[in-house]
Design a protein around this ligand. Structure first.
Ligand code: CA
Length: 227
């Protein structure tokens, strides 16, 4: 999943970013409200973690403004103190949940999972392509009923492809959704991951699902694509 963290305290921002990356998420960080709002408007995130007290524009204003522009990304608001007033203001502005600082990472992660789950419940619970199945909640992947062991990045890549079946996914698109904004689309990292993924998903089966679209990117499909 792709997550935006808006937090001006660098130490806290990096702590959150590192932890979420270890869980296999792509994480962008903004250090003030204006930058956070800009990123939320130009990129599509699955979740936003938004600090309340921010330079340039506070979290409540950012949240209200992105909601006014029709952005429905779930927002987890971070509040510095346990003030009922702050929480109410945050929720009124369109935040989905809040967490009081200081927090332990496990608690943040539990909230993140709950918000992402709520979001994926709205979408299809299990993603399917031919005999390949991916369950975003348990993160289990099966092909022909056989479980597959994927690394966190391979899993994220496959989930993104399964959410976009039959579409040509360019390296830039994949980089944006599965890696973070510092990803260099010129590098061959994506090709390397796709090749690892392919050796797990397709190698032992008659029907190939991951297709290379020469010069354009990759596509997940159970039919051979037109070139
Ligand atoms: Ca702050």
């Amino acid at each position: 999943m792709k997550i935006l963290v808006v937090e001006d305290e660098e130490r806290v921002a990096h702590f959150i970013q590192k932890g979420l990356k270890e869980e296999g998420h792509a994480v962008d960080v903004a250090y003030d409200g204006e930058e956070g709002e800009f990123l939320a408007e130009v990129n599509e995130y699955d979740l936003m973690i938004l600090d309340l007290m921010l330079p340039k524009k506070n979290g409540v204003t950012v949240c209200r403004e992105i909601r006014e522009r029709g952005i429905i990304t779930p927002v987890l608001m971070l509040t510095a103190r346990d003030s009922i007033e702050d929480k109410v203001r945050g929720l009124d502005a369109g935040a989905d949940d809040y967490l009081t600082k200081p927090f332990v990472f496990d608690e943040l992660l539990a909230r993140v999972r709950a918000l992402l789950r709520r979001r994926s419940d709205v979408k299809t619970p299990t993603l399917k392509m031919a005999d390949l199945e991916l369950d975003p909640i348990s993160r289990r992947v099966l092909r022909s009923g056989k479980p597959m062991r994927l690394t966190t990045k391979e899993y994220s890549l496959l989930e993104y492809m399964m959410r976009n079946p039959g579409k040509v996914l360019s390296r830039t698109l994949i980089g944006e959704h599965v890696w973070d904004m510092n990803f260099d689309p010129e590098s061959n990292v994506i090709d390397v991951y796709v090749s690892h993924l392919r050796s797990k998903v397709d190698k032992d089966y008659d029907v190939s699902l991951i297709h290379t679209m020469r010069g354009r990117g990759y596509m997940l499909s159970d039919e051979p694509p037109f070139m």
